[in-house]
Unconditional design. Structure first.
Length: 282
């Protein structure tokens, strides 16, 4: 029986491609309208895992997802990196000169700015996701409407590639993390994700960064996010690379807790490897 994996978007979305890349043939996608729906599906048990984007190589962090990682008590159990390629899609036989509107997720539009500036006759319109934009263009059957999405979405909804690879940069990658209600069992992993809050005092962050430095760890990501109460206070999302044995995990957690007001380890996991269910059997 295939594992049900929740993802944001419609069939053909990049998130679906990411979960298929990570889980392989063991996956059955569960499309969700919003990121919060993915988290709720995993938390409720409606899905065994969730796949959500956390960072794009061109536009940076997906802050809505970072905020949901703090809000929900789920674990990060793995990650995968997906190459993103945007195409201009239209109805079969339609030429770009006939198009006046182009639909896509805001990130898709943002990542194709140069193309859209060159083709100012195309009015960009935001959609819920790239695959959803392709579906809508297919359903509308209006020659003047186009979508920006990947080739899988175009093929799924019967659209043709009118202009291929229109993204501003070919080296466009999105990193996705895999969510689970259950944390990984103790083992040797090479990456950690955590969130923490600090006391509002001099050198508090410096003391925490010193823990990572003293342990010889590479702090691969640190992002501050605002808290509602008190105003102008912040929590931090961080990732660091190991390796981390169970003993090293315990030691690092203990040292951080002695310097941090509140710490939550989201997960210890391997970077860009497949199938946490299979890994848990080892």
């Amino acid at each position: 029986m295939k594992m049900r994996i929740a993802y944001q978007g419609e069939p053909g979305a990049n998130s679906e491609a990411a979960l298929e890349q990570y889980f392989g043939n063991d996956a059955e996608g569960l499309p969700c309208t919003k990121f919060v729906d993915v988290f709720e599906a995993v938390a409720s048990g409606a899905a065994a895992f969730g796949a959500v984007p956390v960072e794009n190589s061109l536009t940076g962090s997906i802050v809505d997802v970072l905020d949901l990682l703090r809000r929900f008590s789920l674990s990060v159990v793995g990650e995968t990196v997906l190459h993103i390629e945007h195409h201009l899609l239209g109805l079969p036989g339609v030429d770009i000169d006939e198009m006046t509107e182009v639909y896509s997720h805001p990130q898709g539009l943002l990542q194709c700015r140069s193309f859209l500036q060159t083709h100012r006759e195309l009015r960009p319109i935001a959609a819920e996701d790239t695959a959803g934009a392709a579906r809508q263009v297919s359903e509308w059957q209006l020659r003047e409407r186009a979508a920006i999405a990947n080739g899988n979405a175009g093929a799924r909804y019967g659209l043709e590639v009118v202009a291929p690879a229109i993204g501003d940069c070919h080296d466009n990658f999105t990193r996705f993390v895999m969510l689970s209600k259950t944390a990984q069992p103790p083992a040797l992993f090479n990456k950690a994700a955590m969130i923490f809050e600090l006391e509002h005092r001099s050198a508090a962050l410096h003391a925490v960064l010193g823990v990572f430095a003293d342990a010889g760890l590479n702090l691969t990501k640190i992002e501050s996010r605002p808290m509602v109460d008190p105003p102008f206070s912040y929590w931090f999302y961080t990732e660091c690379s190991g390796p981390f044995s169970p003993e090293e995990q315990l030691a690092l957690t203990g040292k951080l807790e002695s310097r941090i007001q509140q710490l939550r380890v989201l997960g210890w996991f391997d970077a860009c490897v497949a199938n946490p269910a299979a890994r848990q059997k080892r």
